[in-house]
Design a protein around this ligand. Sequence first.
Ligand code: NAI
Length: 418
Amino acid sequence: MKFDVKNLNQADRGISRIAWADRSMPVLQQVRDRFKAKKPLKKLRIAACLHVTTETANLMRTLKDGGANVRLCASNPLSTQDDVAAALVKKWKIPTFAITGASRKKYYDHLNATLDFKPQITMDDGADLVSLLHSERKNLAVNVKGSTEETTTGVIRLKSMAKNKVLKFPVVAVNDADTKHLFDNRYGTGQSTIDGILRATNILLAGQKFIVAGYGMCGRGVAMRARGMGAHVVITEVDPTRALEAHLDGYEVMSMEGAAKVGDVFVTVTGNTRVIRPEHFRAMKNGAIIANSGHFDVEIDIAGLKEMTKEIVKIRDYVEEYKITKDQSLFVLGEGRLINLAAAEGHPAQVMDMSFANQALAAEYIAKSYRKLKKQVYPVPADIDKEIARLKLQTLGISIDKLTKEQQEYLASWQLGT
Ligand code: NAI
């Protein structure tokens, strides 16, 4: 079996942590039990490019139990948990290509190794596999029945490919399922971004001016949790509706130009490029801390910052000091890569339970329905999305009401009113 991981001797630690995450993933467990019995992915080759974390390991086990032949590589060079990669190889015999801190070349070697077995379904977090299948590895696209996409940035890239009619196979936008983005992006990114910043710096958040760029699903979560820790939260936005929402949610809203002057801690979660640029760095207070939790490491203009910096000093793990003048140093966390996965462990298993149940069921949906699908981006079917919510509630022991017959008729009727 081919694989490339850091150290197989770390497998036992990985196995134990994967089991710990699994305890909080009851919906995925139910999917796995059914997959084990029914084998809906029998003999399908599935290539996954996801953050190699304990929760991802449980998804990989589920796909394998469903009968698939699975390969995995990392979707970010800093997010790999090496013990998890070792466990997947040693215990579950899943070819895994992921080493934390991999160089750019190694990162792409791993993506290519994952594609070498000619996958029929691909699973992406940021559309890197799909992108290779439309460039250097075009010849392999004919084998692909369909693909799934985990994150907002990936979905945006894929929708633009579909719009330009270059997409070569159907894609299911897992990110857009309600049981994904309403929980994973908001509560997952919210908590784990704060966790990453605190693990990297150990600062006291209470009393800090905490700037969140982007008030989307992730930004709302980060802002909510930072406020909960006593920070004074400021939002920057480009969308007037989102900015208004942030204002009515009780946050201060300003432009980055204004925020740069007052912020102690900055977090970007926009999915956009160069949100914090040299003109903002120049205006920042000495000692300001800058982090990103958006998918790609393009939100903070690190190249621009380097140009204006005299010296970069590593202060502690995931903290680099950029000495700009004798009176101004800025601290960048995790090289501007998503801080919740670089310095912490990513989202808690309780939310990944729903995200990855969506991934597993989307793969099953592609396996069943690919002949009917066009080269477009599809939502997760509504019945799958609702079923995941229902199962999650059930596993939490929460009951809800059912519509009575009278209520169903009332809601369906336009004649009944006052
Ligand atoms: P979203 O589309 O819901 O929100 C993004 C927000 O940023 C929008 O309101 C948009 O108007 C705003 N924005 C865009 N350009 C801006 C600028 N220059 N300045 C200020 N605001 C700007 O997207 P979502 O779901 O919140 O995702 C954001 C990013 O986080 C994406 O890259 C996504 O892939 C990533 N993500 C990261 C996760 C993690 O684990 N760190 C988890 C889930 C998503």
